[in-house]
Design a protein around this ligand. Structure first.
Ligand code: NAP
Ligand code: ZN
Ligand code: ZN
Length: 348
């Protein structure tokens, strides 16, 4: 066991504060990673504030982890000390069910072991990347391609794969028209990755001040959702809608923007459920779908795709002690476009 500096929420009402956790001694299949950067996902806020319920406290969030291999278990031969590696939203799964065998461990029928706010197979709480070190079975460790700067790679481990996976699964192709709803961490990755797929991207946003950024990130168009005219003008226009909004909003208004056979994919997880009217779906045979992160093999595929297409996250690097302020800024939609914690600030 190694005592490891971290930042934790002691309860759902408490701000994050310094804390120490134990990391296990490496088992034969483990990779010990010295964390260099950790992205800040809106799911960290939802969970640290227990908005989804069943939170395990004290909680050390963080599932966009990159760092370097510090030590290896005796059975690990595919990683070497010093390699740039990443860990995403889960660190284990049953490895035997149909989903695990299909490489879709995120849908493990026995429940994947989330990187934090979960219990491992021994019943111990897992702790995430707001810490200096993590120990993970080699099957759940990703390789970061050398051309992507480590700090800008961190958000790919959740925001990147969460937007890439449904585009692959639902067959986004060149020339398709996609509306990306919400220009935050997930949204800005959806713009970049969708653009790399050759799609035509429109950002739908509550923040008019993000217009120039949306276009600079690669969107072809920007439409303000506080303007009712947007919903009239864009009715029936899109093949896909990628909805990344973290707060409750009216899905019906967005469904009306889909073409016949269009598909709206929910990625955001608002605290409250919403009502969907059947007519909005049946009149044009529309689909309302959801998607959860992505499997390990596809996460590696996404990292390699990003390297090939020159895609990385646009980040604002923060110190660990700025995390509570970063949460408040994200809640005000004031993020450009992902906060990434410089974990060196936790080592001092
Ligand atoms: P984020 O960076 O905070 O971005 C969310 C964006 O939603 C905001 O920037 C804002 O964009 C928009 N928004 C916020 N409040 C809104 C409101 N009241 N009405 C309309 N739009 C609003 O969050 P994120 O990290 O991208 O995460 C987004 C959501 O995805 C969260 O719920 C998170 O838990 C979830 N998530 C899901 C998965 C998955 O596997 N499905 C994975 C990761 C995260 P504008 O300013 O452009 O309007
Ligand atoms: Zn996330
Ligand atoms: Zn499984």
């Amino acid at each position: 066991m190694t005592l490891t500096p971290a930042y934790a929420a002691q309860t759902a009402k408490a701000p994050l504060a310094p804390f120490s956790i134990e990391r296990r001694a490496p088992r034969v299949d483990d990779v010990v990673i010295d964390i260099e950067y950790c992205g800040v996902c809106h799911s960290d806020i939802h969970q640290a504030r227990d908005e989804w319920g069943h939170g395990i406290f004290p909680m050390v969030p963080g599932h966009e982890i990159v760092g370097r291999v510090a030590a290896l278990g005796s059975a690990v031969s595919t990683f070497a000390i010093g390699d740039a590696v990443g860990v995403g939203c889960f660190v284990d799964s049953c490895r035997e069910c149909a989903s695990c065998r299909a490489g879709e461990e995120q849908y493990c029928e026995h429940g994947m072991t989330a990187t934090y706010n979960a219990r491992d197979k021994e019943g111990l709480p897992t702790h995430g990347g707001y810490s200096t070190r993590i120990v993970v079975d080699q099957k759940y460790v990703l390789r970061i391609p050398p051309s992507i700067p480590l700090d800008r790679a961190a958000p790919l481990l959740c925001a990147g794969i969460t937007t890439y996976s449904p585009m692959r699964h639902f067959g986004v192709k060149a020339g398709d028209s996609i509306a990306v709803v919400g220009l935050g961490g997930l949204g800005h990755m959806a713009v970049k990755i969708g653009r790399a797929f050759g799609a035509n991207i429109t950002v739908l946003s509550t923040s008019e001040f993000k217009r120039a950024d949306a276009l600079a990130l690669g969107a072809h168009a920007f439409a303000p959702t506080r303007d009712a005219d947007t919903f009239k003008r864009l009715a029936g226009q899109f093949d896909f809608i990628i909805d990344t909004v973290s707060a409750p909003h009216d899905y019906n208004a967005y469904l009306a923007l889909l073409k016949t056979d269009g598909c709206m994919i929910l990625l955001g997880v608002p605290e409250q459920p919403s009502t969907v009217a059947a007519f909005g779906l049946i009149m044009r045979r529309r689909t309302l779908a959801g998607s959860l992160i992505g499997g390990i093999a596809q996460t590696q595929e996404m990292l390699d795709f990003c390297a090939e297409h020159g895609v990385a996250s646009d980040i604002e690097l923060i110190r660990m002690d700025q995390i509570n302020d970063a949460y408040e800024r994200m809640l005000r939609a004031d993020v450009r476009y992902r906060f990434v914690i410089d974990i060196a600030s936790l080592r001092k």
